[in-house]
Write a protein that binds this ligand. Sequence first.
Ligand code: ZN
Length: 137
Amino acid sequence: MSKFRTIAVFAYPAEAAVIKSKLESENISVFLRDEFTIATDPFATNAIGGVKMDVYKEDYIKAIGLIEKSNPEITQRITHLVICPKCKKRAVREQGDVMTATTFAERLKAVLLSIFPFSSDKHYKCMNCSHKFDLNE
Ligand SMILES: [Zn+2]
């Protein structure tokens, strides 16, 4: 099981950089994947599915809260660029108690109430083919 969790997916590295510096100012380690591929070839963002931003699992809730506070519009878009690995459609929704909680407080409560807050459950479901998956797979 990966010790990282994908917190957001960005279409362009510049967007990711803004959030990265914000999170790092709060002592959260941020790891971007596919950043350089997209910087070299902007059209690759469609093929790759954007720049993935990963944080350590223990930082995930704090990081989500920070993004929600500073850039709420980004949390709205987090799943919009996620592409179903099976049918390749962008029809993916987050699921599960933690992920469907709409506010940080609700999300925190959901985490506190669950025995294994960072279980290996699938967090995304494709609305097109119903395939369930996680970005870290
Ligand atoms: Zn699908």
